[in-house]
Design a protein around this ligand. Structure first.
Ligand code: DOR
Ligand code: ZN
Length: 345
């Protein structure tokens, strides 16, 4: 029986760190395990210019625990007013590693996102030219499209047309949640990658809705039917290089989750690596874990894998705190609903 697992140190290719007191509270959990993370720009106000990304990166670095070795990989939030030259400059200076596309209204703090995709065409063309990837929140926002169909409809109506119009653009389908997305990704060339979260490998929509509503399992894109979760498990554990980890760990205080209109997001930073080891072991694919967490992502972004390592050890059930404290209030830690046996040592 394998009871020790040493991996190249993992990276998180989609992470929400927030700002201020919340940043202070959550950053140590990611920095303890991950060497780098793609930092989501959906602050209030969003990180839309290079100057704002520099300032945000400095706040993240200032919030790091002293002994931590962690590099935030910054992104810019794409708006209809984004200046392609500002983006190109931020990329040339090494400041940003991607630009993030939120369809306006799709999720938390996405009001400044894109409604008219033609308006961002000059920026997308510039990005294709300079080799800067686009991270995509892939859901349409039309009120007449069922929330469980919004990812599949986005692929047909928005993503595929963007890829056809700008074939050189490198695109990351983020936090995919459907078999449709897995199938689409598999049919594309190597300019398309896809991230998968930890929680979408664990929960389906029954976990959210059957036997009482569970706000802490509510995130966007919302978890779908079991057949979709199984397709994600198959993709993540397949060893295919286009699939890699983006936790979408998205902390909200319990007060903000437990409202009549509660926030979307699962906070998985503390126990993600334990959960993933359990999941990959359940599927008999522990040997594919390192590719998913530590190799495929850097390869897609054209970066070296980390040279240091992370070791997990299997033993008695590991207990994680039900919540962490922040100056804004407690934040519930994602509960996979079963015992975990792998701990980071
Ligand atoms: O569940 C989510 N939470 N999905 C997102 O796309 C945004 C995120 C957040 O920022 O809270
Ligand atoms: Zn996200």
């Amino acid at each position: 029986m394998t009871d020790t697992l040493t991996l190249r140190r993992p990276d998180d290719w989609h992470l929400h760190l927030r700002d201020g007191a919340m940043l202070q509270a959550v950053l140590p959990y990611t920095a303890a395990h991950f060497a780098r993370a793609i930092i989501m720009p959906n602050l209030v106000p969003p990180v839309v210019t290079g100057a704002q990304a520099v300032a945000y990166r400095d706040r993240i670095l200032a919030a790091l625990p002293q002994e931590a070795q962690f590099e935030p990989l910054m992104t810019l939030y794409l708006t209809e007013e984004t200046d392609p030259d500002d983006v190109a400059q931020a990329h040339a200076s090494g400041l940003i590693k991607a630009v993030k596309l939120y369809p306006a209204g799709a999720t938390t703090n996405s009001a400044s996102g894109v409604s008219h995709f033609d308006k961002v065409r000059p920026t997308l063309e510039k990005m294709a030219e300079i080799g800067l990837p686009l991270c995509v929140h892939g859901e349409v926002t039309d009120h007449d499209i069922d929330i469980f169909d919004r990812e599949a409809v986005f692929i047909d109506r928005v993503l595929d047309p963007i890829r056809k119009a700008t074939p050189e653009l490198r695109v990351i389908m983020e936090h995919i949640t459907t078999k449709d997305a897995v199938d689409y990704a598999r049919a594309q060339n190597d300019r398309l990658g896809a991230t998968i979260t930890t929680h979408h490998l664990v929960i389906n929509r029954n976990h959210i809705l059957a036997g009482g509503i569970k706000p802490h399992y509510y995130c966007l894109p919302v978890a779908k039917r079991e057949e979709h979760r199984l397709a994600l498990r198959d993709a993540a554990t397949s060893g295919e290089t286009r699939f890699f980890l983006g936790t979408d760990s998205a902390p909200h205080t319990d007060a903000n989750k437990l409202l009549p209109c509660g926030c979307a997001g699962c906070f998985t930073a503390p126990n993600t690596m334990s959960i993933l080891a359990e999941v990959f072991e359940q599927d008999g694919k522990l040997n594919a874990l390192e590719g998913f967490t530590s190799l495929n992502g850097p390869a897609f972004y054209g970066l070296d894998a980390n040279s240091d390592t992370l070791t997990l050890t299997k033993g008695d059930a590991v207990r994680y705190p039900g919540h962490i404290d922040s100056a804004e209030g407690p934040v519930t830690v994602f509960d996979p609903g079963y015992d975990l046996h792998w701990r980071v040592t």
